[in-house]
Design a protein around this ligand. Structure first.
Ligand SMILES: Nc1ncnc2c1ncn2[C@@H]1O[C@H](COP(=O)(O)OP(=O)(O)O)[C@@H](O)[C@H]1O
Ligand SMILES: [Mg+2]
Length: 290
């Protein structure tokens, strides 16, 4: 299954969309909340259930110890978002000042996420937050650049509004060059359209010269629940946002598998230490709190 990174030019629905895709996927799924500006899911959707003792920040210290320690920490820092533990969260940073410590952790974390996607069939979604560029390149501390480079798909989340398109226009070229030079190619980039505003998918694709890989409806009730938590709206699972998110995950899977066939990637070699992450997840350490 693909590793899909979601980014934006300016806050417009990355976290709500990533959560919707994770909750709606038909497959086991994992959301890695890797926005260097800090995570919002603990205090929002999960309403403080995940303490600061869990999450992304703890992987930095583990990675400095060994790859094996990182694999161990990864498995034990996942938070189950459902009773069966099929949907897992790696909760984000509680303080943006922690981001600097993650710079050397991103490449190893990227490998772990690919192991989960390639070997265990997880749909892996990465909330990579707002893109931070510096001299036309991804900023090394303010963007999780290695995760974006290595993702099978990079989704720039946009709304169909003039404001959103105006800002998105400026990040497309640098992002394409970056994916061409340091990633798996510029064709990893696609748009995820949030249907707010007058512009339809074909107009957005034309304006930004980038394909719209999926669209999510404007659904304030569900989005608000995903952003702030609390009582779910009635029939949330069958509501417009999660229904379309389910279809979107299928569309991403189809695009990513087409890409991988065209590119004929050599299979990624999996370090034996990282392969152990799957065993640890099977042992249920990551799913014992559901
Ligand atoms: N599909 C949607 N329909 C309606 N509102 C949305 C949708 N997606 C996001 N929002 C709203 O947009 C705001 C920003 O969402 P969020 O996911 O936190 O953005 P980001 O992670 O890009 O900063 C929130 O108020 C959220 O409820
Ligand atoms: Mg966010």
């Amino acid at each position: 299954m693909p590793v899909t990174a979601l980014v934006s030019a300016k806050s417009c629905g990355v976290t709500a969309s990533a959560l919707a895709l994770t909750l709606a996927s038909r497959r086991p799924s994992l959301l890695a909340e890797c926005d260097p500006a800090g995570g919002t899911i603990r205090a929002g959707y999960l309403q403080g259930q995940v303490t600061a003792g869990y999450g992304l920040y703890h992987l930095a210290a583990a990675e400095r110890t060994s790859t094996d320690a990182l694999a161990n920490a990864f498995a034990s820092h996942l938070w189950p978002m459902d009773g069966a533990g099929h949907r897992k969260l790696l909760a984000g940073l509680t303080d943006p000042a922690q981001a600097a410590a993650l710079v050397r952790t991103w490449p190893a974390l990227s490998e772990v996420l690919h192991v989960l996607a390639d070997e265990a069939g997880y749909d892996v979604l990465i909330d990579a937050g707002r893109l931070a560029l510096s001299s036309g390149r991804l900023h090394t501390t303010l963007s999780p650049a290695p995760l974006i480079h290595q993702a099978d798909l990079v989704l720039l989340v946009v709304r169909g509004t003039e404001q959103s398109l105006t800002l998105a226009r400026h990040v497309i070229d640098p992002l394409c060059s970056e994916l061409e030079e340091s990633g798996t190619g510029a064709d990893a980039l696609g748009l995820l359209l949030i249907e707010d505003g007058p512009y339809r998918a074909h107009q957005v694709a034309e304006a930004l010269k980038t394909p719209v890989l999926a669209a999510l409806p404007w659904d304030p009730d569900t989005a608000n629940y995903l952003t702030s938590g609390g009582r779910p709206p009635r029939g949330v699972g069958r509501g417009p946002l999660l229904r379309h998110a389910r279809t979107a995950t299928e569309q991403f899977e189809a695009v990513a598998s087409r890409r991988s066939i065209q590119q004929q990637y050599p299979p990624r070699p999996v370090s034996p230490h990282l392969a152990g992450v799957l065993r640890r997840l099977d042992e249920g350490r990551g799913g014992s709190r559901g």
